[in-house]
Design a protein around this ligand. Structure first.
Ligand SMILES: Cc1cc2nc3c(=O)[nH]c(=O)nc-3n(C[C@H](O)[C@H](O)[C@H](O)COP(=O)(O)OP(=O)(O)OC[C@H]3O[C@@H](n4cnc5c(N)ncnc54)[C@H](O)[C@@H]3O)c2cc1C
Ligand SMILES: NC(=O)c1ccc[n+]([C@@H]2O[C@H](COP(=O)([O-])OP(=O)(O)OC[C@H]3O[C@@H](n4cnc5c(N)ncnc54)[C@H](OP(=O)(O)O)[C@@H]3O)[C@@H](O)[C@H]2O)c1
Length: 294
């Protein structure tokens, strides 16, 4: 009997899953938009975690975007604008970008290209993360140190057997050493202390939880010249003419706020299913996070 596999989503992951499923002798069916009923052996969800459901911070009454005279958009909407519309949207404006991951870093850098030092872009963040620049120290990409098959053996994985557990445990001093090496290199190279940007967590923690980003070219040069202002605050709220930052008396005056606050990938996955039973299969308990691969 022909063994069918349903693949939901025809993005990069969906198409790649299709290729491997074919190689394994299954018959893939890719669902992209049209509703149909198929009998499948199992279902692969490739619906994308970083689209459709933005993570929008929640504010107490009268402290959210509703009291703000300027414009507020999520990075998802900003990224969907074409280059001309995006440039018009921020041109000559005082822009604050919330967040300090890849979307935030890219958008802030884009702002500097449109507005220069005359209208600096403020990056408002609550936790610093390790981010790596594009260049290759000593001709070697830093990423090669930890994104390789050997480095994978150094970390504990869900459901690992005894040998893998033992190996990861024995290699833990090497893992620690590697993390410290990259941390000291980045601190020195990017002058992180000067910008109060040394993360509290280790480089390894950020790397293995996929919370490192690639620093756009010359990002810290833009900070140095003053076209990007880095501002740290655990919380923030809106007021009429900008944002209220923890510990500041005066508001941070702003015309445009871009929330580069990520996506609710878990919620997107959960909401694919009408049945609460299937929602529980994929989502687990409310305090767990859906891993990238299950
Ligand atoms: C602004 C931005 C820039 C990025 N840039 C990069 C980059 O430069 N390099 C990089 O590696 N990654 C980048 N990423 C991350 C990017 O999301 C992934 O690398 C890549 O798109 C993931 O592919 P995917 O197939 O998993 O998901 P997607 O590309 O999101 O594809 C999901 C597909 O599933 C379909 N779908 C969704 N729901 C359903 C449903 N219920 N039924 C049927 N079909 C459905 C969608 O229509 C879509 O076609 C970026 C992300 C963002 C937000
Ligand atoms: N060019 C590219 O390759 C490119 C460009 C854009 C995006 N991407 C990819 O797309 C994915 C999503 O990236 P992303 O940058 O959009 O999102 P993200 O990685 O989820 O980062 C979200 C940022 O928003 C902050 N944040 C979330 N909620 C907040 C709140 N309530 N108040 C203040 N700050 C808050 C987070 O801070 P905390 O850390 O403190 O939670 C974090 O700094 C990533 O995989 C990324 O690599 C790639």
């Amino acid at each position: 009997m022909e063994r069918q596999v349903g693949i939901i989503g025809a993005g990069i992951s969906g198409l790649l899953a299709c290729k491997y499923v074919l190689e394994m002798g299954f018959n893939p069916i890719v669902f992209e938009a049209k509703p149909s009923v198929y009998q499948v052996v199992f279902v692969i969800l490739c619906v994308g975690r970083f689209s459709d459901v933005p993570n929008i911070p929640v504010f107490p009454l009268n402290q959210g975007p509703e009291v703000f005279d300027g414009k507020v958009v999520h990075s998802m909407h900003y990224s969907s604008m074409d280059d001309i519309d995006a440039a018009k949207f921020i041109e000559g404006k005082r822009v604050t970008v919330v967040g300090i991951q890849k979307s935030a870093l890219d958008i802030a850098t884009e702002c500097t290209m449109v507005n220069g030092v005359e209208n600096p872009c403020t990056v408002l963040y609550r936790n610093a993360h390790w981010s790596i620049p594009h260049y290759f120290p000593w001709g070697v990409p830093l990423a090669l140190l930890y994104f390789n098959r050997f480095a994978e053996l150094m970390i504990h994985k869900p459901g690992e057997g005894f040998m893998l557990y033992l190996l990861a445990t024995l290699l833990s001093p090497l893992r620690w050493l590697q993390s410290k090496f990259v941390e000291s290199y980045l601190k020195w190279k990017l002058h992180l202390k000067k910008y109060n940007m040394i993360p509290k967590q280790s480089f390894n923690k950020d790397a293995f939880s996929c919370t490192i980003a690639i620093t756009p070219d010359n990002f810290f040069d833009r900070v140095e010249e003053g076209s990007i202002i880095l501002k740290k605050s655990a919380t923030f709220s809106f007021c009429k003419n900008g944002l209220m930052i923890e510990g500041d008396i005066a508001p941070l005056e702003t015309d445009v706020v871009i929330l580069a606050t990520g996506y609710k990938g878990d919620e997107k996955l959960k909401n694919i299913f009408v049945s609460s039973t299937f929602q529980k299969y994929i989502f687990g308990a409310s305090n767990t996070t859906v891993p990238l691969y299950r």
